[in-house]
Design a protein around this ligand. Sequence first.
Ligand SMILES: Cc1ncc(COP(=O)(O)O)c(C=O)c1O
Length: 473
Amino acid sequence: MKTSKFGKLASVLIQKIENKMFQHGEKLPAIRALSSEHGVSKNTVIRALIELEKSGYISAKPRLGFFITFKPAESKPPQKLAAPLQAVEVSIPQMFFEIMSHSAAFDILPSATEQYQSKHLLQLNRELSRVAKQNPFKKASYYDAPVGLQSLRVQIKDRYRSRGLIIDEEDLCITSGCQHALFLSLFTVCKPGDNVAVESPGFYGVIQLLEQLQLNIIEIPASPVTGLDLEALTSAVNKWNISAVVVTPSFSTPTGAVMSVANRKALVAIANEHDFAVIEDDIYGELAFDSSTHSDNPPPLKAFDSQERVILCSSFSKSLSRDLRIGWVAGGRWHKDIIRLKLSSQLASSRVQQEAIAEFMLNGHFKRHIASFTSTLLNQRNQLLAAILQYWPNSVKYTLPQGGLALWVEFSEHIDTTKLYANALEKNITLTPGQLFSCSGHYNNCLRVSFNHPFVGERLTALKTIKALIIKD
Ligand SMILES: Cc1ncc(COP(=O)(O)O)c(C=O)c1O
């Protein structure tokens, strides 16, 4: 990119922003002015601006132009906060369930009216009602096979092939969402009392599963940028026998971290050496802002697995709709056991949902939806960052994810986000405090903030209200 004309122009503009020649909030000169100043075509300027927008330096305001949204000098992500390496029984405090029942959601203001409205989702709805009308009596009388509909598994396989993972439809089993896939995997691989390593901070849904299945948790520190710390994992596996590690290598929640290809290969090598299962949660894998670059969008971990020990779990919940409740698992050497467990825990999945999604994908709608959704998400991430920089304390640190749905914010030590959560809830603002992402009492000064929704209007006002609550504290 750097050798192309637009790449060179993007680098020059980034330098100017970093050297504060353009200040945060300032409007960039018009496209025509930039084109004559730099002696390049308007098209080159537009491509350079798109690159700057993708990197979070600027944001477009319809009909007004491009504005500087980002202060590179302050883009330091939070430090990796070291959770102590210990294997403990999971006992989740009541507060956790209170927070979960109120929110743990991906919207700070569920009452807000501004929503991303995808025409592709409307198409999916049409597909669902069309399929529901076909052979309704037959569908009502038979269960689908536990492994799930072949035509859907073929579509999922094709998506993975386009992401660098060679997999066959026979390797996949349809589940009721990713949480169900994670449950089936953990239940199959572990027995009560086993140790399971997880990222810290990491997904609260896994912490709950570990408690239910009476498994011990070992929290492995994870960098907010590069994910699971492999040195810490090595220390842990040298000390304890572990049955599995659960990891979200692409756009992990809550930080948005992405593990590099080198780290993915190294993780699989550690698992091979110490003989444990790797449960890969790939739920955000489709949500790279720039799916053409390997660094932002590496192939799933499973692509580096030569011993069938990586279990790949995912769903359409984040890429398409949470309401579908359709996910999948590629269980590797445990595949047959996982299908049997699906049969005994759920019997089968809804055929209407599966047929409609398969048709939707076959006709290219999923691919088009992802292209437009990820570009919307990038825009919303930039809106959120601009607002955080404008309204929240200067000391705040944050991650700059290149995909996924959320970023991770770290306030000064004295700010207790669980208290902030309770105060915000009184104003119908739902925060996701750091405490949810660990069971070792860490991350009390952190928040996950999602950019799943546009940060305009009422949500912007909500961000200002949060600032007022922080100051009052
Ligand atoms: C990392 C991660 N895995 C799994 C899930 C659960 O996904 P599903 O809705 O498909 O069960 C979530 C939902 O928030 C998640 O963030």
